[in-house]
Ligand binder design. Structure first.
Ligand code: BTN
Length: 262
């Protein structure tokens, strides 16, 4: 059984301790990303805007996957203004940075555990997925980006399909301790602000900060791309966010794709 977090306190911490200027909290919603995409069209809304929910019934993942948020999960989406230094083609950098920010928040509440990022932006705790991120562009003209983050915090994966249970874990299951979701959310938002301001200044991914946390570095991986599957050894990421693979035909870089084996 999961104790329900005290959401009004969490909302007030978000307002006072982070860069978020609009907070919306739902008991239940289809997808926080869908709501955030609608909010992104509201020109007068103070930014960044946060949508969080206790229950999400139609969560969406990357590659048209379904995202499950059982009771106790931390589920939220943030609408931000796109930094001028990161035009539309550089959106993958924002998505990798969101992974780095979430990784740091998870690591802070799971001391002594191995917490890694799996390109492009999954967070892995002790070798299993603990957090998924879906970054979406509402309409290029809006100049805004939606970053949706789902963290398996206090939820149980017992009811999830076998294949999900094999490769995913919640923080509570891994650490054996209840997780303070307010603390986790505030940490993720503070880290996100820090990463975004770095990216806004530099216009690129801080590879030297990302690489030490790369789950795939040095491993043989299989990447599913829109043009078929590719295998190779991961040799890092580029400052533009592409995955770098040493393949049988030389070094290649990939902007999109899903690592299906590693
Ligand atoms: C993935 O790993 O495939 C990405 C999962 C992203 C899930 C989050 S939960 C909050 C936000 N709302 C959604 O519908 N999806 C994202």
């Amino acid at each position: 059984m999961t104790d329900e977090p005290h959401w009004p306190d969490i909302a007030s911490r978000v307002r006072s301790e982070t860069f978020v200027r609009h907070v919306e909290r739902h008991d239940e919603i289809g997808s926080t990303n869908d709501r955030a995409l609608d909010l992104a069209a509201e020109h007068d809304l103070p930014m960044p805007a946060l949508v969080m929910t206790a229950r999400q019934t139609a969560g969406r993942g990357r590659a048209a996957n379904v995202w499950r948020s059982g009771p106790g999960a931390l589920t939220f989406s943030l609408v931000i203004e796109r930094p001028a230094t990161l035009p539309a083609e550089r959106t993958p950098i924002l998505s990798l940075l969101a992974g780095l920010a979430a990784r740091r928040a998870v690591a802070a509440l799971a001391p002594g555990r191995e917490v890694k990022v799996k390109w492009p932006n999954d967070v892995y705790l002790d070798g299993r997925k603990v957090c998924g991120i879906l970054a979406e562009v509402p309409s290029p003209a809006s100049g805004r980006i939606v970053i949706g983050i789902g963290i398996n915090a206090n939820n149980s994966l017992d009811d999830a399909p076998d294949e999900v249970r094999r490769r995913a874990v919640s923080m509570r299951e891994a650490t054996g301790r209840p997780i303070d979701v307010g603390e986790l959310l505030v940490a993720a938002l503070i880290n996100l602000e820090e990463e975004l301001s770095y990216a806004a200044r530099a216009g690129e991914l801080p590879v030297e900060r990302w690489l030490p946390h790369c789950l795939l570095d040095g491993r043989a991986v299989c990447l599913r791309t829109p043009r078929g599957e590719v295998t190779g050894r991961c040799v890092g990421v580029a400052s533009t966010g592409e995955l770098l693979l040493e393949t049988a035909t030389g070094r290649r870089s990939y902007t999109t794709g899903e690592v299906i084996r590693f």
